[in-house]
Design a protein around this ligand. Structure first.
Ligand SMILES: NC(=O)c1ccc[n+]([C@@H]2O[C@H](COP(=O)([O-])OP(=O)(O)OC[C@H]3O[C@@H](n4cnc5c(N)ncnc54)[C@H](O)[C@@H]3O)[C@@H](O)[C@H]2O)c1
Length: 257
């Protein structure tokens, strides 16, 4: 059954940023499996080409585009190309972020240039993608914007202050965008995932911290990207049309809003 009762998924174009690996790659595969046409965007051109080839190889319709979401000209160029090749942009999953490459350290030791870069890519990158694709959504009087934040914000997790600050900003941005865009038939929601294992190793959760989080979850088990794909599918669908400006925590009931 289509997640969209009135319009077939094949007539909607989903744009996923940060699609070359990890959770973004899982979104691409899920949207392709559901029959959407997908634009997979990432700064890592080689890896995103591979993801798109894999997704298309399994019968999906996926095109790769290289983009630096923090660079306005790069965003304009990638979005121009994807609109030319796919015709519209109906659903945007703002998933790209500087995340798995981060080193954990007390905030007073974070170099200012790293602080600035994380805020720029994670906050301004989100804004630039919305700005570039908004005309297409407004034209069709329909759109779904899903901004990826993090449950690290609700937990107040230490040692990557630039990251938690950037993801808190994404929640504020989401609420104000929702106010401005609802009249145009466009919803904007924030997704706050808890710690999720992907194929990429990272320093942001130590094995001890991971186990402690699992123990504190209401659903006490490990999380996978598949724990997010159903929630994102709902936020992308017709069914979520009266849900906007919300922060949806998907962390197995570790924290509550
Ligand atoms: N994995 C988790 O536990 C977790 C938890 C909460 C939130 N999140 C969020 O979910 C999203 C995906 O997480 P992940 O674990 O797959 O992260 P990841 O670091 O593995 O992947 C991030 C992707 O974004 C791309 N990217 C980085 N900078 C970019 C730029 N300037 N332009 C375009 N692409 C760029 C990277 O190349 C990479 O493919 C991120 O927004 C992250 O903050 C992840």
């Amino acid at each position: 059954m289509s997640t969209n009762s009135q319009v077939p998924n094949s007539s909607r174009v989903v744009v996923v940023t940060g699609a070359a690996q990890g959770i973004g790659r899982a979104y691409v595969k899920e949207f392709c499996a559901q029959g959407y046409r997908v634009a997979a965007l990432d700064i890592n051109a080689k890896a995103v080409n591979q993801v798109a080839a894999e997704a298309s190889g399994h019968g999906g319709h996926c095109l790769p585009f290289e983009v630096d979401v923090g660079d306005e000209a790069s965003v304009a160029s990638a979005c121009h190309k994807l609109l030319e090749q796919l015709g519209s942009a109906d659903i945007l999953v703002n998933n790209a972020a500087i995340f798995s490459t981060l080193k954990m350290r007390p905030f007073e030791e974070i170099p200012l240039d790293e602080w600035t870069k994380v805020l720029h890519v994670n906050i301004t990158g989100t804004l630039l993608m919305v700005k570039a694709l908004l005309p297409s959504m407004r034209q069709r009087k329909w759109g779904r914007i899903i901004n990826v934040s993090s449950a690290a914000v609700t937990m107040g997790r230490p040692h990557y202050l630039h990251y938690t600050t950037s993801k808190a900003a994404v929640i504020g941005m989401t609420r104000s965008m929702a106010r401005e865009l609802g009249v145009s038939g466009i919803t904007v929601n924030a997704l706050l995932p808890g710690a999720i294992d992907t194929e990429i190793s990272r320093e942001t959760v130590t094995p001890a911290q991971k186990q402690a989080q699992i123990d504190m979850r209401s659903v006490p088990r490990e999380a996978t990207p598949q724990d997010l794909t159903g929630v994102v599918s709902f936020l992308a669908s017709e069914a979520s049309g009266f849900v906007t400006g919300q922060s949806l925590i998907v962390d197995g009931g570790l924290t509550f809003l």
